[in-house]
Design a binder for this molecule. Sequence first.
Ligand SMILES: [Cu+2]
Length: 172
Amino acid sequence: MRKELGIGIIILILVLGGYFWFKESEKTKAPQSSLELEPKASPEVSREEKVQPEKEVSQLKEEKERSEAKEEVSEKVEQPLQVKEFNIIAKQWEFEPDTIRVKRGDRVRLIIESVDVAHGFGLPDFGIDEYLNPGDRVVVEFVADKKGVFPFRCTVYCGVGHSDMRGRLIVE
Ligand SMILES: [Cu+2]
């Protein structure tokens, strides 16, 4: 009976020991596995963190390029604000000067004055036709938005040479 009891106790100890050993190993395994997972997960996180700044840098680059492009565009838009001013004298039977040269995109301001009789200033390609009273300074402003040679002429009969009273606007 003692022998059997001893064997039973040994078996019980083995079984219990085995159970606790198994449980302990489970306990240690679990944290181990989580520890194993954490380093695995953390490089991924750090990779993402590394990627994100790269993304931000590339985004910043793109934004920089965009802003540079915007600056170029705004420069192009601002170009027409460059005013090129010309004083033109109208007299029998010519305009002085009779040739005006500007760049495409320039804002052109013509200050025209008749110094003798009434004349007109017609620049049909830009929709301009002004009556010039002698002694008055007439200001004409427009954007030279197209290239070409555009004739202007006197539009008010001013004498025998009226039809010769012409000039041209050259937009380069
Ligand atoms: Cu005329």
